[in-house]
Write a protein that binds this ligand. Structure first.
Ligand SMILES: C[S@@+](CC[C@H](N)C(=O)[O-])C[C@H]1O[C@@H](n2cnc3c(N)ncnc32)[C@H](O)[C@@H]1O
Length: 263
């Protein structure tokens, strides 16, 4: 599989989060620059959603006892990563990182853990094809689908514009054991539509379409997938905490975060 235009997403995202490297290509730099010029606070959006996904991943292990994590659309490594927070809670957690960007997966593998008890695997794949992902050796060697698993979908669903997303999600949740936890963050117009439109327009000008969803659409998506949303519900990523919500300006986040249980 060759890198798609979406490959730019992890580079830009990691670059905004301060994890840019010598591999941070010119085009990605141009996109990050255009994004921060159009929306100077875009860095906060990235910080909040990254903090959300790491906090939820850690809580999946600490609070829900998950011992296996499937990270779909994992992105490039940042200062802290899913394996860092998961293994701090339980070094035996197995993790499978999946992204369609070869560069992102290679960077993750380079920075992956070397001394954990858990197995970490890496897969270059398009997550809009659940059968290929779920049947891959990388998933099969790390994720036992007969036992509950945490599935992370951090800031990736909006970029899946060429597949039936409700059907795709349902195919993942149908394959999971009851009691699995789905973690999802998703861009929305609900908090600051003009800002999100400006960000989308920059991505579109670089050939990367995206689709935002409102709270009701996300609730319908979870219902269709058979996922019961857990407290604190569908809230802005900067308000979400595993134990409840905190007060924060949702327009700084412009994304929803949620977690829910299957089965
Ligand atoms: C904004 S990053 C989010 C990274 C990480 N999940 C997080 O929440 O911090 C989105 C990632 O999704 C990946 N992606 C987009 N569409 C994808 C697809 N169809 N299959 C696999 N990965 C995809 C991109 O390559 C990128 O790494």
């Amino acid at each position: 599989m060759t890198d798609s235009p979406g490959t730019q997403v992890p580079n830009v995202y990691a670059g905004i989060l301060g994890a840019g490297s010598e591999e941070f290509h010119r085009r990605d730099q141009e996109l990050a620059h255009a994004l921060l010029t159009a929306v100077p606070s875009a860095s906060l959006v990235a910080h909040h959603t990254r903090a959300f996904v790491l906090s939820a991943a850690e809580a999946c292990v600490r609070q829900h006892g998950m011992t296996q994590i499937l990270d779909l659309g994992a992105g490039r490594p940042t200062a802290r990563n899913v394996h860092d927070v998961a293994h701090a809670a339980d070094p035996a957690v197995n993790i499978c990182y999946v992204d369609h960007s070869r560069a992102a997966v290679a960077a993750l593998a380079e920075q992956g853990p070397t001394d954990s008890d858990g197995t970490v695997s890496y897969l270059v794949a398009d997550i809009s094809d659940p059968d290929t992902v779920l049947r891959s050796p990388a998933v099969r060697e790390t994720i036992d689908l007969t036992r509950p698993a945490a599935v992370l979908l951090g800031a990736v669903i909006p970029y899946i514009t060429n597949a039936d997303v409700p059907d795709m999600l349902k195919r993942y949740t149908d394959a999971l054991a009851p009691g699995s936890i789905l973690v999802l963050s998703h861009g929305t117009y609900d908090f600051d539509r003009p800002k999100v439109r400006r960000m989308q327009e920059v991505y579109e000008s670089f050939g990367i379409p995206s689709h935002m969803r409102g709270e009701n659409e996300l609730r319908a998506l979870m219902d269709h997938a058979g996922v019961t949303v857990l407290p604190p519900g569908i809230v802005a990523t900067n308000q979400w905490r595993p134990e409840g919500t905190v007060e924060a300006d949702a327009s700084e986040a412009c994304m929803y975060g949620l977690w829910g249980r299957t089965g």
